[in-house]
Design a protein around this ligand. Structure first.
Ligand code: NAG
Length: 283
């Protein structure tokens, strides 16, 4: 009996203990770009660079089925037109799920576009884009992807900017089955990113650098068939986190002032009718 209780206590501790900020050395692997991705001594800071020959990227070693990911980012400064800095989740294999956070660079002094999209079983077409209310190249800001059984929520400095609710019971796709990894990259997309490809990357400014700091993942790690959250899906705040009244006020403010594209109002794109989720209450 004592033995069983001990095991139970250990399991509960493992789930409840909030992990400290991750160490890039132990928690991610550099997936491409060779020496263009560098972990600074101490493991809290990682820089990605992009030159004429290649970009670079890294990914979490763990896969998660629901988690909250926080990353501090300082984006490519100056003339960053054509560069795309990313921080996203994706599952492996066909019919993949994906939750995107992408930062499209711009000419000097022009604003970045924050691009978000959600794929379920290989199908996306759920883009929303935003401007930021600060200069994202001057200092670090925290970008968060929260994915729990009730919703996906994007936050910037803890201010919610987008919520996608789980309305699977109304036939609206939501990622619930495939574990995802956190991926990050800096690459060139001047064929589409900047004003539809009209502004080209200025390679005399290369290499371009984006800096990632203080990565933190709190979530249910999936290891083969073992899921660390098991039946214990309600023991940490992120697992049920949503919008309180303050959050609702803030997301309204962001969406009124800073949203620049919303697939849910793009009637031209969906002549047969908007996707179902667009007809539900927004928050
Ligand atoms: C770059 O800035 C221009 C002018 O403000 C804006 O119209 C455009 O959408 C921006 N491009 C990106 C990729 O953010």
């Amino acid at each position: 009996m004592m033995h069983k209780i001990l095991i139970l206590v250990t399991l509960i501790m493992a789930v409840v203990t909030s992990p400290a900020v991750a160490d890039f050395n132990t928690d991610v692997s550099i997936s491409w770009g060779g020496g263009r991705a560098k972990i600074e001594p101490g493991g809290q800071v990682l820089t990605l660079t992009l030159d004429q020959f290649s970009g670079s990227g890294f990914e979490s070693k763990n896969s998660y089925l629901y988690a909250r990911f926080d990353m501090q980012l300082k984006l490519v400064p100056g003339n960053s037109a054509g560069t795309v800095t990313t921080f996203f989740l994706t599952s492996q294999g066909p019919g993949h799920d994906e939750i995107d956070f992408e930062f499209l660079g711009n000419s000097s002094g022009q604003p970045y576009t924050v691009h978000t999209n959600i794929y379920v079983q290989g199908v996306g077409n759920r883009e929303q884009q935003f401007r930021l209310w600060f200069n994202p190249t001057e200092s670090f800001h925290t970008y968060t992807i929260l994915w729990n059984p009730q919703r996906i929520m994007y936050m910037v400095d803890n201010i919610p900017i987008r919520v996608f609710n789980n309305n699977a019971n109304q036939g609206i796709p939501f990622p619930t089955k495939q574990p995802m990894k956190m991926l990050a990259s800096l690459w060139n997309a001047d064929d589409w990113a900047t004003q539809g490809g009209r502004v080209k990357t200025d390679w005399t400014m290369a290499p371009f650098t984006a800096t990632y700091r203080n990565y933190n993942a709190q979530g249910c790690v999936v290891n083969g068939t073992w899921n660390s959250c098991g039946g214990n899906m309600n023991s940490m705040p992120w697992q049920t986190q949503g919008l309180d009244s303050n959050g609702r006020n803030r997301i309204r403010w962001v969406q009124e002032k800073y949203m620049i594209y919303n697939y849910c109002t793009d009637y031209k794109r969906f002549p047969q009718g908007l996707p179902k989720e667009c007809k539900l209450p927004r928050f």
